[in-house]
Design a binder for this molecule. Structure first.
Ligand code: 5GP
Ligand code: MG
Length: 175
């Protein structure tokens, strides 16, 4: 798989070190609060598993399957998910977890939905990778692993046509 990459951006050790730092910060910020992590699948699968095991808080975990790409390398801007899979959020502090912040459509759409949930205490968001670019939707991520230029990356959960998610590092694909 690595031969299909044009360039490696972040190797396994670098990702692990950054996850340690993010976990410390999140743990401090949510200590004593009823934290629910809402992970957006499939992209955040590896990030979720590795980050959450570094957070020693009795958090709750829910997952939401969201689609916006349909196989290409550009977002369609239509964010689709099944509203019935969204759990009851009342009384909870929610931390949204996604693999990457690109156009902003996904985080903006899900954050908007969550804000209408009755009794929700707070919403913050956390992404492993943030692309430095002008976004279609102005959204901020509260916790960011790495900033990258506006290039299409794969690995560590990020796919190209559903492949390369299991690559243990993040890189730019040779297309
Ligand atoms: P956004 O809604 O911010 O445009 O992007 C959300 C989703 O698009 C991400 O969760 C991810 O699945 C996909 N995406 C955006 N940029 C990239 C990229 O560079 N590589 C891959 N593999 N997926 C991306
Ligand atoms: Mg994807």
């Amino acid at each position: 798989m690595q031969d299909d990459l044009e360039r490696v951006l972040f190797g396994e050790a670098e990702i692990a070190a950054r996850l340690n730092e993010m976990a410390v910060q999140i743990t401090e910020d949510y200590r004593g609060k009823d934290l629910t992590v809402l992970a957006i699948l499939n992209g955040s699968l590896f990030f979720m598993a590795d980050l959450l095991r570094r957070i020693p808080l009795p958090l709750k975990l829910d997952c939401l399957r969201v689609k916006s790409y349909y196989g290409g390398t550009e977002t369609t801007g239509r964010v689709q998910y099944d509203p019935q899979t969204l759990p009851d959020m009342s009384g909870r502090h929610v931390l949204l977890l996604d693999d990457i912040l690109d156009s902003g459509h996904t985080l903006a759409a899900i954050t908007e939905v969550l804000r209408t949930e009755p009794g929700l205490l707070s919403v913050k968001s956390c992404v492993l990778v943030r692309k430095l670019k002008k976004r279609a939707r102005e959204v901020k991520a509260d916790y960011v692993g790495f900033d990258i230029p506006d290039e299409f990356v794969v690995g560590y959960g990020l796919d190209y046509q559903e492949r390369y998610r299991n690559l243990p590092l993040i890189g730019i694909l040779r297309i």
